[in-house]
Design a protein around this ligand. Structure first.
Ligand code: NAP
Length: 251
């Protein structure tokens, strides 16, 4: 099968491309660094020629409200139009669990716009909504840091490791399109403030986490339902503690 991975050079994309190639598929890793740009349309038609499946795991270089909306709207439109022209039979996109509950955030308004374009297109699709990646915990800490304090909500989260996200997408790529949305989460629920505390402590990071129920998460307040999946998500098996002990600097 010919599968195009848009954002094939990113965190998830790199792992997905490797996984699909190991399963014998012809895979194009498409991104600006390899001459394929969904914002301008450059290289798209050529990359999609004879492709059966497209997996979109691109992300916006900027999370600023206007820029991120422009990224997901324009990229989504260009990509879906090019797929229709090439006769692609399955469009798969990676989105975020809880997106419709997080619309006070510009980033999630942009992800919602991406999902809505897919649903409105005629191309058979599957949207995989994942929870936060373990690798993103550092970014969450960074976004909530002021001086030496990291102010975070104690809302429940159920994060997942990027390898398990890539494996789930590789499965979806060879399944029939659902014309619907499925969820993926890690094996354990934990409070966001506690998750970041564990991450900082394991990395001997001196910043201190302050718990605040009103702390904003990329522009939106959270509760225990905001970021957690509904019934029957697919589960990535890797535990946070196991990943942490593998990923912290040794010595
Ligand atoms: N972070 C989380 O916890 C989380 C949770 C759930 C879902 N997600 C979703 O997961 C997806 C992938 O995230 P990630 O962390 O793997 O991303 P990432 O590592 O930041 O990679 C982004 C990718 O997008 C590509 N890209 C940027 N601009 C592009 C353009 N104009 N045209 C085509 N490709 C472009 C980049 O290509 P170059 O390298 O060539 O610039 C890169 O391959 C995102 O859609 C995000 O919303 C994230």
């Amino acid at each position: 099968m010919k599968i195009v991975v848009i954002g094939g050079s990113g965190l998830i994309g790199t792992k997905l491309v490797k996984n699909l190639r190991q399963h014998g598929h012809e895979v194009v890793a498409a991104s600006p660094s390899s001459g394929v740009n969904t914002l301008t349309g450059e290289g798209l038609a050529e990359a999609l020629k004879d492709a059966q499946v497209v997996v979109d795991v691109a992300n916006s270089p900027s999370f600023e409200d206007k820029a991120v909306l422009e990224f997901f709207e324009t990229s989504g439109r260009n990509l879906l139009a090019a797929e229709a022209a090439a006769g692609v039979g399955h469009h798969i996109a990676l989105s975020v669990v809880g997106t419709e509950r997080l619309l006070a955030s510009g980033y999630f308004r942009a992800k919602m716009a991406q999902e809505n374009l897919i649903k409105a297109s005629k191309i058979p699709y599957t949207i995989l909504r994942s929870t936060q990646f373990f690798e993103f915990v550092s970014g969450i800490a960074q976004s909530a840091t002021e001086g030496q304090t990291v102010r975070l909500s104690p809302a429940l989260v159920q994060p997942v490791v990027s390898d398990d996200v890539a494996a789930a997408l590789a499965d979806v790529a060879v399944e029939e399109p659902l014309n619907g949305t499925i969820e993926l989460a890690g094996p354990e629920r934990i409070r966001l403030d506690e998750l970041v505390r564990r991450f900082l402590s394991a990395n001997r990071d001196a910043r201190k986490v302050t718990t605040d129920v009103h702390a904003l998460y990329f522009g939106t307040e959270l509760n225990d339902r905001s970021l957690t999946p509904g019934d029957n998500p697919r589960i990535g098996p890797t535990r946070f503690e196991d990943w942490l002990s593998r990923s912290i600097p040794q010595g």
